[in-house]
Design a protein around this ligand. Sequence first.
Ligand code: GDP
Ligand code: MG
Length: 163
Amino acid sequence: MAFKLAIIGRPNVGKSTLFNRLAGRRLAIVDDTPGVTRDRRSHPARLQDLRFEVIDTAGLESAAAPTLEGRMRVQTEQAIEEADIALFMIDARVGVMPDDATFANLLRRRGKPVVLVANKMDVNAARSGVLDSWELGLGDPVEISAEHGLGMSDLRDAIVEGL
Ligand code: GDP
Ligand code: MG
């Protein structure tokens, strides 16, 4: 199946870490500094039996809009437009932040399939962040650790279901 999947979310939730895992390469720049991914990047990807194109998004550096919210919106809307399905990632370690709600609203308005993903589930404190996520109105999240490769079968199934 040929499709495009865009990884959406505020800075530092782990988008580039998942991008690298799916792309099978250390392509995107991962850093502790929020917003370190410099460009929107697209790469052939693989998740078990699925073959697709994965799109990573940055959050902060794009000069296309003057405010943080505006920059996130521009990035997100470009990626969503290009994609067949959006993977919306939250950081379960810190729970749902106001910017997450902004993304959720954007995504809902676009009407494309969305897979909600709670990342960093390798951290003990992440359980409460998952419980928080009901308020996004996007259903139960797929629980993963992008860094450790946990939850990849559930992610695969959720993508197939969403397409
Ligand atoms: P992005 O800004 O959304 O692209 O986030 P990055 O992929 O750059 O990751 C931000 C930080 O979160 C980095 O320090 C990563 O090592 C860390 N991180 C990403 N995924 C995980 C995970 O599954 N578990 C944990 N504990 N940390 C993670
Ligand atoms: Mg990044």
